[in-house]
Design a protein. Structure first.
Length: 161
C-alpha cells in the first residue's frame, strides 16, 4: 500500500467535508459495538457521542442503540448531528418518531463478534465532519486518490480567487 502524507492548514479544512461525506476507510479492531469503536478506538468522547451525534447509520440502517450495534469488516458507518425537519426527527437515535421506521432500523446484535483487525468506511456529515474530521485526518485515513485530488484542486481554486 502506498502512503501519501498531506498537511492542510485550517483554511483548507472545509474541503475535507466532501471527503468525509463520501467516506474514508479506517482500520480498527472490529467485531465490537459502535460505541466501543467510536469511543475506545477512535477517541470520541462518550458525552459527544451521546449528545452531539444524533443520527447513526450502520450499512444504511438507522441505529438507535450504539451499545448494541456491532461493526464488522467492510461495514459502512455514517454519523451526523441533528438534522432538521420531520426526516431528521424520524432518523434521530431514540427519537419520538423512531417507531415509524422500526422495520428499517438496525437490529441489536446478540453479542459482540470475535474481535479481528479489519477495515470499515466512516462517513461524517454536517458539523460532525468539521469537529471529528481533523482528528481522524491526524490519525490517518484511507481515501481514494481521485477524492484527495479533488480536495487539493478545490483548495487551489479557492486560494486563486
Amino acid at each position: 500500500m502506498q502512503h501519501l502524507h498531506l498537511q492542510l492548514s485550517s483554511p483548507h479544512m472545509p474541503f475535507t467535508g466532501r471527503l468525509f461525506g463520501q467516506g474514508v476507510g479506517l482500520t480498527a479492531d472490529l467485531g465490537c459495538t459502535v460505541k466501543v469503536l467510536l469511543c475506545d478506538q477512535i477517541g470520541i468522547a462518550s458525552e459527544y457521542l451521546a449528545q452531539r451525534i444524533q443520527t447513526i447509520f450502520l450499512n444504511g440502517r438507522p441505529v438507535d442503540d450504539e451499545a448494541g450495534a456491532v461493526v464488522t469488516n467492510g461495514d459502512v458507518l455514517a454519523l451526523s448531528a441533528a438534522m432538521p425537519g420531520l426526516v431528521g426527527t424520524m432518523l434521530r437515535k431514540g427519537g419520538h418518531l423512531a417507531a415509524m421506521r422500526a422495520r428499517l432500523s438496525h437490529r441489536r446484535a446478540a453479542t459482540e463478534a470475535g474481535r479481528a483487525r479489519g477495515r470499515f468506511t466512516l462517513k461524517l456529515f454536517n458539523m460532525i465532519a468539521g469537529e471529528v474530521g481533523p482528528g481522524l485526518l491526524h490519525r490517518g485515513v484511507i481515501a481514494r486518490v481521485a477524492d484527495v485530488i479533488e480536495i487539493i484542486d478545490g483548495a487551489a481554486l479557492c486560494r486563486d480567487r
